[in-house]
Design a protein around this ligand. Structure first.
Ligand SMILES: [Mg+2]
Length: 256
């Protein structure tokens, strides 16, 4: 029997713009971890410019809690976002050391803040995310093209699922960060389904897919409406196509 075709979507930066919520939650999680009220005024309620500028380098949710903490530190390299991004991983590593934190505790703090926000006012929390224009409608049309779809995200499954139901979207499969790395999950999915495409806004993730022999055949699409770095859309390797909204709305059979 031939495999059922499926399209795999990243979530943040592809389906929703969750930047404002990420800042709110990361800010609160960071203040909880630091445990000192005097810091509260130092972190603005509006997402700071440096946070927005560094967002395209972020891979995991917990990194944003760390970025919020770095904004508290007067001598942090994040004061110069371009330089910080240039050595993003190294700077995150140093920041973890400085604060004496580990990724797990940052992720737990972030998830707890979200649980609290949902408990206090679910509607408000849901509305703090903004689906990208036309994306929800386009996904709803996939049914007509007889194609299944999946979500593969570094957010937790629980929160992603709440947002998807709010938008009346029900993917065949949903994998949050708890389920493993994106390449691992893609391999798992490919055993049962024929992956027609993987849509992501993080070029480095797509490059990892391309460089992983067992899944390197998967057609990769870089969503140009997401959190892209300045030169991300240029000189894409063979195997990664730039996906623009006008192509995204066209029938999948017509995609490059
Ligand atoms: Mg993304």
């Amino acid at each position: 029997m031939s495999k059922q075709p499926i399209l795999v979507f990243d979530f943040d930066g592809v389906i929703v713009d969750g930047l404002i919520e990420y800042w709110n939650s990361s800010r609160k999680a960071c203040l909880k971890l630091v445990g000192n009220e005097k810091y509260e005024e130092q972190l603005p309620l509006r997402a700071p410019d440096a946070f927005r500028k560094v967002r395209p380098w972020v891979k995991n949710g917990w990194e944003m809690v760390l970025l919020a903490a770095e904004l508290l530190r007067t001598d942090s390299p994040i004061k110069h976002p371009a330089q910080f991004s240039n050595e993003y991983q190294n700077n995150c590593h140093k920041a973890l050391k400085f604060w004496g934190w580990n990724p797990e505790q940052l992720q737990i703090a972030l998830d707890n803040v979200r649980k609290q926000a949902i408990h206090e006012n679910k509607e408000k929390w849901l509305e703090s995310h903004h689906p990208f224009s036309g994306v929800v409608k386009r996904i709803q049309q996939l049914n007509n093209e007889k194609i299944e779809w999946a979500v593969l995200t570094t957010k937790s499954t629980e929160f992603t699922s709440q947002l998807l139901s709010y938008y009346k979207l029900s993917p065949t499969l949903l994998y949050g960060y708890e389920k493993g790395s994106k390449p691992e999950i893609l391999l798992q999915i490919s055993k049962k389904y024929l992956i027609q495409g993987f849509i992501e806004d993080r070029r480095a993730t797509l490059e990892t897919v391309l460089n992983t022999p067992s899944i390197s055949w998967i057609p990769c699409y870089l969503a140009n409406w997401g959190y892209l770095k300045n030169n991300d859309a240029q000189d894409l390797p063979i195997g990664i196509q730039l996906l623009k909204p006008e192509v995204f709305v066209s029938p999948i059979a017509d995609w490059p």
